[in-house]
Design a protein around this ligand. Structure first.
Ligand code: PXP
Length: 256
């Protein structure tokens, strides 16, 4: 039996900056949390430089790139301004997301089908620069096929709808969303895409989704930051890593 591919944990540090900005001071420092999380075992750090700079700022991105010893995933809208900053920052990866000023968080996935013509040269520029592009989309077959046609190396499946349904106890909706994710992950992998997932994940949903062999990266922020307030970032990272490992282990048993 071959071992299932490892699954990476990426920590999103946006909300450390949200807390810092609430007082307009320098603390808490997102880079310090990132370093502590890496020390505890995360595989990479994600940060979203929003158009309105509501949490992460340009200087945070530059410091993360300069100071963290693990891959930086630069989350961004597909705008000319963000592309210029990302190309100058040279992160390991960029994750392209839709962005609306009035939203509380990234509410939906990208519409690749509608934006195909604009996105093709945008993605090509990152491919040429050796920066991995990941497209944040719902697990919709048309979006997944378009991602492959756009020559993006990776997608990140939006897990928000599934996670909300699980937490709210809407079993039918949760089951339907889960099936979409399972089928979408398989379709994406078959199309040659690297598959990531994220949004709304907690210990239970991360454990469940880690059992899908196609998924090689989870990006998690809000829940882990909330937990970190209670038990600290190191303990939170260890608990999340353990949950993901438990999920991955069920895969090993199934394929043995
Ligand atoms: N992945 C993407 C593309 C996101 O936009 C977000 C939210 O910033 C996350 C993952 C993490 O979501 P959450 O903060 O709910 O864990």
């Amino acid at each position: 039996m071959s071992n299932p591919p490892a699954i990476r944990l990426g920590l999103n540090v946006d909300h450390v900056a949200t807390l810092r900005n609430a007082r307009g001071s320098a603390r808490p420092d997102p880079v310090r949390i990132a370093l502590a999380a890496i020390e505890a075992g995360v595989d990479g750090i994600t940060a979203h430089l929003r158009e309105d700079r509501r949490h992460i700022r340009d200087a945070d991105m530059a410091r993360l790139k300069a100071e963290i010893p693990k891959p930086l995933n630069f989350e961004m809208a597909a705008t000319a301004e963000m592309q210029r900053i990302a190309l100058a920052t040279k992160p390991h990866a960029v994750c392209l997301v839709p962005e609306r000023r009035e939203e509380l968080t990234t509410e939906g996935g990208l519409d690749l089908v509608g934006q195909r013509d604009a996105l093709a040269p945008f993605i090509a520029k990152f491919n040429d620069a050796g920066i991995q592009v990941s497209l944040f989309i719902s697990a919709d077959p048309q979006q997944i096929e378009t991602a492959a046609q756009l020559r993006a190396p990776a997608i990140e499946i939006h897990t928000g709808g599934w996670c909300d349904a699980v937490v709210d106890g809407h079993k039918e909706k949760a089951d339907a969303e889960w099936r979409r994710i399972v089928e979408g992950a398989a379709l994406a992998r078959a199309a040659g895409l690297e598959v990531h997932a994220g949004h709304g994940l907690d210990y239970a949903t991360a454990e469940t989704i880690a059992a899908l062999p196609e998924i090689v990266e989870l990006n998690i922020g809000y829940f882990m930051m909330g937990e970190a307030l209670l038990v600290g970032i190191a303990e939170t990272v260890r608990a999340m890593r353990a949950a993901m490992d438990r999920g991955r282990a069920t895969l090993k048993t199934r394929t043995a």
